[in-house]
Design a protein around this ligand. Structure first.
Ligand code: PMP
Length: 401
């Protein structure tokens, strides 16, 4: 018998499964709203013109292909930290942020999981919002943390369950690790307001919890980096020691290049040096050192003044197109006479909209209308265009009558 005879077949990835079904559908009306990648106004993958220009610049430099240091390209990580924390962030100017380049956001979260599992001095448990990005749970479980949840989504309002969230933060043991989505919460598209963030920060502080901030959508949510960085910067100002996981997949459209950072706000320079040494000890046996090309491109976009301005306007262009599609979808549903309250489609932010429909309605959308999304009722708004929005609105109206 084969060595692997007893390996059980695992379930297919829920999102990739949708793409499979979409590919098999031969209807010209079919729409794929499953995958979380930006599409342009014609539904095509979009390479940012600023990224193409930065790539030209990088290639013209004829750099060598030597290994990067374990913690990656220093010019990139420094610029990435300034983008997220802000140029006058105290921990940055005081040189006490330990930062390393990561394999995009997922890789950053995986380093975070491993670092916390090895070095966090309290319970090795992490609380994630319910619901959260599907991959959070296996990432932390495989890192050796126990994963628990806190209230986040209110089914009745298709909004934030703020009271439930605060109650759960209070009820957790002191010094718990709490994962927060910095902005554009995935899958719900529901973010706390700035006032609510302030309260969340106070509760977390009074309980001595440890915030782990996942920021996969900086600038991509509202179109403004500073606005989307509010929660992170507020937490830092409030003196939280925190971990930040940053991805450049969405805001630079660098999905497959795997560009991100993992950083730890430390008490002082000496502590930062110790933390840095332990990050290297974690990373070296995992993948030795990160890939160089995407980091050079991102670094160019962050440090070349002209390209930086161009990139920021293109990020805003992507955010604005998504915000515009939310309005169009909402308006069409009204026009069609839908009796349902769809205000949440406009109030939510970021790549995804959580429709608040049942798994059975999702199935009908696919089977009767060729519209594909995850069974939790999440659509990638980035997949909506002027060409397909009417068919989407009509289908949605039909299954929710
Ligand atoms: N966190 C969240 C909440 C996300 O939505 C994503 C992207 N889907 C990521 C992290 C990481 O993605 P990547 O590894 O492609 O940067």
């Amino acid at each position: 018998v084969s060595v692997w005879a007893k390996v059980p077949a695992g379930p297919p990835d829920p999102i990739l499964g949708i793409t499979e079904a979409f590919k098999k559908d031969t209807s010209p009306q079919k729409i794929n709203l499953g995958v979380g990648a930006y599409r342009d106004a014609d539904g095509k993958p979009y390479v940012l013109p600023s990224v193409l220009a930065a790539e030209d610049k990088v290639i013209s430099e004829r750099n060598d292909k030597e290994y990067l240091p374990i913690t990656g390209l220093g010019a990139f990580t420094q610029a990435a930290a300034v983008l997220a924390y802000g140029a006058d962030s105290k921990p940055l100017t005081e040189g006490r942020v330990a930062i390393t380049q990561s394999l995009s956001g997922t890789g950053a979260l995986r380093i975070a999981g491993a670092f916390l599992a090895r070095h966090y001095p309290h319970a090795k448990e992490i609380y994630v919002p319910s619901p959260t990005w599907g991959n959070h749970i296996p990432i932390f479980r495989d890192s050796g943390l126990e994963v628990k949840t806190y209230s986040y989504y209110d089914k009745k309002t298709v909004g934030l369950d703020f009271e439930g969230l605060k109650k759960d933060l209070q009820a957790m043991p002191d010094k718990s690790i709490v994962l927060l989505h910095a902005c554009a919460h995935n899958p719900t598209g529901i973010d706390p307001t700035e006032a609510q963030w302030r309260e969340i920060s106070s509760v977390i502080k009074s309980k001595g919890h440890f915030p782990l901030i996942d920021n996969a959508y900086l600038g991509f949510a509202s179109g403004s980096v500073d606005k989307d960085a509010f929660a992170l910067r507020h937490f830092v100002e409030e003196g939280h020691q925190l971990i930040l996981c940053q991805s450049f997949a969405k805001n630079m459209g660098l999905y497959g290049e795997r560009v991100g950072t993992f950083s730890v706000v430390c008490a002082d320079k000496e502590e930062k040096a110790r933390v840095d040494s332990q990050i290297k000890i974690l990373v070296r046996p995992m993948y030795s050192n990160p890939p160089v090309h995407g980091a050079r491109v991102a670094s160019t976009l962050l440090t070349d003044e002209k390209l930086n301005a161009q990139w920021l306007s293109e990020v805003k262009g992507m955010a604005d197109r998504i915000i515009g599609m939310r309005s169009t979808l909402f308006d069409l549903l009204q026009e069609l006479g839908s009796k349902k309250n769809w205000g949440h489609i406009k109030n939510q932010i970021g790549m995804f909209a959580y429709l608040g429909i049942s798994p059975e309605q999702v199935d009908r959308l696919a089977q009767e209308h060729h519209v594909y999304l995850t069974r939790d009722g999440r659509i990638s708004v980035a997949g909506i265009t002027n060409h397909n929005v009417r068919h989407l609105a009509e289908s949605l109206h039909e299954v929710t009558k």
